[in-house]
Design a binder for this molecule. Structure first.
Ligand SMILES: Cc1ncc(COP(=O)(O)O)c(C=O)c1O
Length: 401
């Protein structure tokens, strides 16, 4: 009915791919040994480094999704029996922990819940106790920068400080799958040793390639390992290898063209502008939720704005209402919201993505669709959400208008 026309995918990955990215991918393959292909390295690697704000780490591209990125990170740094501490704030911390166990690591998890973020003081105490009590301390500490299920954005620099305060030598490994290109992340300044990311969220490229940044400590850790499965081995993928060899086999040609186009778009806009766009659009979404929450069951899951991701917002809508609202917006407006995941009553929740190729009219359309859905479904809510969202955007532009 009213959904005919261009649909809008507001799930937190895969995100919307720009036409420029899709056009760049729509081609037959290049000669993978040719000079044209090798030239892509000049765009890809400097831009990937700039995105994560690193000059010392090497970003490596793997064919695979986020789970592959986790595995690549671990295959190069851990061996069976190594001890790992996972700071979990939602589904994806638990997922990374499970995968580490399946690789034979001995995993401890501190579960910080879904609303408050990883606590630096508790982390420091756990690490200090580890050093005091164990002959073989943790080899690595894992943290999700943004947990896409809970919508939490964790404080990365304070967790680094917790490692330093405890004098702990563990590698600090951070999952930026949902945050890269959306939430500010400073790999070098924040002392992160390994970063994992993927193409299909803030980078706006269809799923299929992932990135692992190895800092100097991580590359040293790889050097100290005996055997690393050949496909994951960072040593054969470092810059001193020819471009086409850096993929462990045939390069993902079309994805690399799409990635070049996406990185060109990000660099043309300017990373600070990209991050500011995400911040303002996220604030406009939260402003709408604050108004809806004035009456009825709809509420944001993360109370502290400083801990909310700029990439995705997670919300509760009352019993079964998350599912009802999603079905309604998809059927009647062409807007697909994200499902509630990592919760016992998933149908009570939903998520709104504001990552990657998003702008003011797209987000205001999503909010309008949700507002209409709340009314059509008779889910009680405060009135005036769109006014609040629009005001955030208007205020953010007033200095430049
Ligand atoms: C924070 C985070 N980590 C890991 C993953 C797993 O990535 P994938 O589904 O591409 O394997 C996701 C997926 O949404 C994610 O959001």
């Amino acid at each position: 009915m009213f959904a005919n026309g261009r649909t809008h995918l507001a799930i937190p990955g895969p995100s919307i791919s720009p036409d420029a990215v899709l056009r760049a991918m729509h081609r037959t393959s290049d000669d993978i040994y040719g000079a044209d292909m090798a030239k892509m390295a000049d765009t890809i690697y400097p831009a990937l480094k700039a995105l994560a704000m690193t000059t010392v780490a090497e970003p490596i591209i793997y064919v695979g999704n986020g789970h592959a990125a986790w595995e690549a990170a671990m295959a190069n740094t851990l061996q069976a029996g190594d001890r790992v501490l996972v700071l979990s704030t939602g589904l994806f911390g638990q997922g990374w922990a499970n995968q580490a166990r399946r690789m034979g690591a001995d995993v401890d998890v501190i579960d910080f819940g879904l609303t408050d973020g990883a606590d630096p003081a508790r982390t420091r105490d756990a690490l200090a106790a580890d050093l005091a009590q164990n002959k073989t301390p943790y080899k690595a500490v894992f943290l999700s920068h943004v947990d896409t299920a809970s919508g939490l954005c964790n404080p990365v620099a304070p967790i680094r400080a917790a490692l330093d305060d405890a004098g702990h030598p563990a590698l600090f490994m951070v999952d930026c799958i949902a945050s890269l290109g959306c939430d500010r992340f400073e790999m070098d300044a924040w002392g992160v040793d390994v970063v994992v990311a993927t193409s299909q969220k803030g980078l706006m490229v269809p799923p299929g390639i992932c990135f692992v940044y190895f800092g100097p400590q991580a590359i040293a850790a790889r050097g100290a390992l005996g055997v690393v499965p050949a496909y994951w081995d960072v040593q054969t993928r470092l810059p001193d290898n020819p471009f086409h060899w850096r993929f462990g086999g045939t390069p993902p040609v079309q994805h690399l063209h799409g990635l070049c186009a996406a990185l060109d778009m990000i660099m043309a806009e300017g990373l600070d502008n990209v991050l500011n766009r995400h911040a303002v659009l996220a604030r406009s979404v939260w402003a709408a939720f604050d108004v809806w929450a004035e009456q009825g069951p709809v509420a944001l899951c993360v109370a502290d704005p400083a801990l909310r991701a700029h990439a995705v917002t997670s919300a509760i809508a009352g019993p079964g209402n998350g599912l009802r609202l999603r079905n309604w917006t998809e059927t009647f407006t062409g807007v697909t919201l994200g499902v509630g995941i990592g919760r016992e009553q998933g149908d009570d929740y939903f998520r709104v993505a504001h990552m990657g190729h998003v702008n003011a009219h797209g987000i205001l359309g999503v909010l309008g669709a949700m507002d209409a859905g709340l009314k059509a479904l008779n889910i009680p809510h405060g009135r005036g959400a769109l006014e609040a969202a629009v005001t955030v955007i208007a205020d953010a532009t007033s200095a430049t208008a």
